[in-house]
Write a protein that binds this ligand. Structure first.
Ligand SMILES: Cc1cc2nc3c(=O)[nH]c(=O)nc-3n(C[C@H](O)[C@H](O)[C@H](O)COP(=O)(O)O)c2cc1C
Length: 380
């Protein structure tokens, strides 16, 4: 199949990846209500068609926390991408750089920040706060030394949400049974086994290997998160981070206007309106439903990004219209990577760009940075 849409990349990834990795990417928390709402609420927004305007010149570029993006899209931090394709973070980062958009490296990526940087471009760096502050200090210093321009501080995962699919697929199985399950499922996917299992090693969580006891496999990592992520974190810890990190900080995982105001007070340069792709607290509202109130509350004070349910260039324009300066995409790039590495991620980004162009032309929006609610049909 020649993939045209994100659901096509999803289908290709489903065929290529061992079941546990596909389910890990595709799934959400509990009954996946919020996951469904992220997509459904985005789909339900109506754009306002405008015609007979000179749309020969389009400017899709935007500036976010001082960084210029060729289009208002960035690759969201996605854990363990190196298990979806050989050294997956390096491949996805290369595709993002070629498209002129940022790649954000997860704390729990397979590749280190140094390996991704050596692949061409220093990534934005996503931080999960571990209890071991000495290690955190070292990790931030490493990201800075590698040249990461932006720190994305994820605040909505003091504990991992319950993901039923990970239990059913064996992804959250521990120790020997987890390892046997990985080998068994891998054996049923020969192309993946050759690319990733045999030739994509080492399969460690690169940036945090030093904090994980010797010999721990990636499939043990949900249990490790539960034990090592720091749930005592408060806004005061942002000051601590700032002492080590002097670049822009984007707080990721805000859904409430009061938290958004706190992020401003704490001195963040940006925030991501996000429910972690419906993977944390099921039952919270969709990101796109939360976005307008947060934009009204703090839109003039810092740069707002959003993620969750962005599946096409049309969705990007809808998010911009509701107050985001740019969108992060998670599953779309993870599926494309699983479907076929860097070329598929590049292809998916090119599609997103051309869809955004179409949406801008047919709504009469010449500059992405000027998108506002006038692009939407009532009731917005
Ligand atoms: C497989 C997977 C792994 C993720 N890992 C991380 C992570 O390590 N750090 C983080 O801040 N967010 C992580 N996220 C959340 C994404 O950054 C993003 O918020 C979410 O995927 C957006 O929703 P979307 O998938 O509908 O685009 C992950 C999401 C997925 C699907």
């Amino acid at each position: 199949m020649t993939p045209a849409s994100v659901s096509d990349y999803r289908e290709l990834a489903r065929r290529r990846l061992p079941k546990m990795f596909f389910e890990y990417i595709d799934g959400g928390a509990y009954a996946e209500v919020t996951l469904g709402c992220n997509v459904a609420d985005m789909e339900a927004i109506a754009l306002r068609q405008r015609v007979m305007r000179d749309m020969s010149q389009l400017d899709m570029s935007v500036e976010v926390v001082g960084q210029r993006l060729a289009m208002p899209v960035a690759l969201a931090p996605v854990g363990m991408a190196g298990m979806y394709a050989r050294r997956g973070e390096v491949q996805a980062s290369a595709a993002a750089a070629a498209a002129g958009v940022p790649f954000c490296l997860s704390t729990v990526g397979i590749c280190t920040v140094e390996e991704v940087t050596a692949g061409g471009t220093p990534p934005w760096f996503q931080l999960y706060m571990l209890k071991d502050r000495g290690y955190m200090r070292e990790l931030l210093a490493r990201a800075k030394a590698a040249g990461s321009p932006v720190l994305v501080f994820t605040v909505d995962l003091p504990v991992p949400g319950a993901r039923y699919r990970d239990a059913r697929s064996g992804f959250s199985a521990k120790g020997l049974s987890g390892a046997i399950n990985t080998v068994w499922q891998g054996a049923t996917r020969p192309a993946w086994a050759w690319d990733v299992f045999l030739n994509g090693r080492p399969h460690t969580l690169g940036s945090v290997t030093g904090a994980i006891p010797h010999g721990r496999s990636v499939t043990d990592f949900l249990g490790w998160i539960a034990k090592n992520f720091d749930r005592s974190v408060t806004w005061a810890d942002l000051d601590w981070v700032r002492q080590i990190w002097d670049g822009p900080i984007v707080v990721k995982g805000v859904l409430d206007p009061d938290d958004a105001r706190d992020a401003v007070r704490a001195g963040a340069q940006g925030l991501v309106v996000s429910n972690h792709g419906g993977r944390q607290l099921d039952g919270v509202r969709s990101s796109v439903a939360a976005l307008p109130r947060i934009a009204d509350a703090v839109g003039g004070d810092l740069d707002i990004l959003m993620d969750g349910g962005v599946r096409s260039g049309l969705d990007v324009l809808k998010a911009l219209a509701l107050g985001a300066k740019a969108c992060l995409i998670g599953r779309p790039w993870a599926f494309a990577l699983g479907a076929g590495g860097r070329p598929m991620v590049a292809r998916m980004l090119a599609t997103l760009q051309s869809e955004l162009a179409t949406a801008m032309i047919l709504t009469g929006c010449t500059r992405a940075r000027e998108a506002d609610r006038s692009l939407l049909d009532a009731p917005f």
